[in-house]
Design a protein around this ligand. Structure first.
Ligand SMILES: [Zn+2]
Length: 453
């Protein structure tokens, strides 16, 4: 019997150590080093289906003919958009997200809708469970094969027999390879099984999609080392209690990471949301205080997003500040600006802020809507529903211009808004908009625009 070999891995970042240490020198986390058995028999390791050597030689840049990567469309516009136009042949895509968010549903649905032959490998669910899920999705693809298997060697054998055009693995944490003795889900297993799958993808030109679970604490082994190995990292997010899901790329070797896919969770599966602005704005007829609508951009796509705010007198000494979908530090900064530059006394008030639809917004253009929503709640005066905002707020209380303002104006116009408030410094070339463009330069002007006339 071969001698058992072990090594030490950081469960947080995947760094390898020859002996146990208390603190990981790579990510500075304490108590994350765990011993794992790695008895690897190199001679038996998977060599891939193509035994003949590829001819590798160096060539001049001019001799390389530029060809666009061959892509496979997924019959899912939102996913295609985020991927940059479909699955690149031979690429490995990691779909990460918290358990229960709908990763399996999304990929099974895509597998069932695609025209191409898909091998859907599940180590999470039984055949019956997958069948029940597929029935709920009301789709059937004659070309979709289901396999419940966790051993990579077995998966490759089946793949060589069936020759699928796309492989889906649900999930990478359940896989194990014969050549390593650590348990499934451990760093060494994840690293090894992923590198086998990458090898398979590159040598057979078959795209492979991996599902990877990530908890809120991020302490499930693997995700971070996985991110470095694969070509594309997609994050599937959204609150489990909300019906909307956001798909975004964190890394994409074949496209931009700015694009965003939006889905609505229904009992028949995930519906693609083609016009997100309409769903992100709630009850339009209600005359509520504390809401303001912002014309933001997510990737290349304009989105009208509703900001909700509640300002109330603090009951206890220290006022509470709470945010959902927006950076709390940024909110505190905006409140300080309001206090200092515009004379609003918010120091003794609780401030709660919420971005409707469970979205997380990073676009600075939402600042002005945040400020306006806070003022609206504080002054108990509602903002007319046909006004929207698109500007950044600076530390001096100045209203700053944001990128691609015309695209935002067009979206607001399209959705029937009557007025949009932007910075005085915004460069707008086109003249004849069917929407009134109000230009402001200071926070006080916004307040008087909204509440004094
Ligand atoms: Zn570490």
């Amino acid at each position: 019997m071969a001698k058992t070999k072990t090594t030490f891995f950081c469960q947080n970042c995947g760094a390898q150590f020859p002996k146990w240490v208390g603190k990981c020198s790579s990510c500075n986390e304490w108590n994350t080093i765990v011993e794992e058995v790695i008895q690897k028999e190199d001679s038996k390791s998977w060599k891939g289906p193509n035994k003949e050597k590829k001819n590798t030689k160096a060539v001049k840049l001019g001799e390389i003919t530029a060809v666009n990567e061959e892509r496979i469309g997924t019959c899912n516009n939102e996913l295609n958009r985020v991927l940059g136009g479909g699955l690149v042949k031979g690429s490995v895509v990691l779909l990460g997200g918290e358990p229960g968010i709908g990763k399996s549903t999304l990929l099974l649905q895509i597998a069932l809708r695609m025209k191409n032959k898909v091998l859907y490998v599940s180590g999470e669910e039984s055949m019956t469970q997958i069948k029940l899920r597929a029935d709920r999705l009301e789709n059937s693809n004659e070309n979709c094969l289901i396999l419940t298997e966790t051993k990579t060697q077995q998966i490759f054998t089946i793949a060589q027999e069936t020759v699928p055009e796309v492989i889906v693995i649900d999930s990478i944490q359940t896989l194990h390879t014969d050549y390593i003795e650590a348990s499934p889900g451990s760093i060494s297993q994840i690293r090894e099984t992923t590198s086998e799958l990458i090898k398979y993808a590159k040598e057979t030109d078959t795209p492979v999609i991996l599902i990877g679970h990530i908890t809120k604490e991020g302490n499930i082994a693997g995700p971070k080392i996985l991110e470095h190995m694969v070509d594309v990292v997609l994050q599937f997010e959204g609150d489990r209690n909300h019906t909307y899901r956001i798909l975004r790329a964190q890394k994409n070797r074949f496209g931009s990471t700015a694009e965003l896919g939006i889905y609505e969770m229904q009992h028949t599966g995930l519906r693609e949301v083609d016009n997100p602005s309409e769903i992100l704005i709630s009850e339009k007829d209600a005359d509520l205080t504390g809401t303001a609508i912002s014309a933001t951009l997510e990737g290349m796509r304009p989105l009208m997003i509703e900001v909700q705010s509640l300002v109330s007198t603090a009951v206890y000494g220290t006022p509470q500040r709470s945010c959902t979908g927006y950076n709390i530090k940024r909110l505190n900064m905006l409140l300080a600006v309001l206090e200092k530059r515009a004379g609003f006394k918010l120091g003794a008030k609780d401030v709660f802020l919420n971005i409707a639809g469970g979205l997380r917004v990073e676009d600075p253009a939402i600042d002005l809507a945040v400020v306006s929503a806070v003022l609206s709640s504080n002054n108990e005066i509602s903002i007319p529903q046909d006004i929207c905002f698109a500007a950044e707020v600076g530390l001096a209380g100045e209203i700053r211009a944001i990128s691609r303002v015309e695209q935002r104006i067009q979206e607001a116009e399209k959705l029937g808004f009557k007025k949009i408030i932007v910075s005085k410094f915004s460069k707008i070339a086109k003249k004849n908009y069917n929407i009134e463009i109000l230009k402001v330069s200071k926070i006080e002007e916004v307040a008087s625009l909204l509440f004094l006339d």
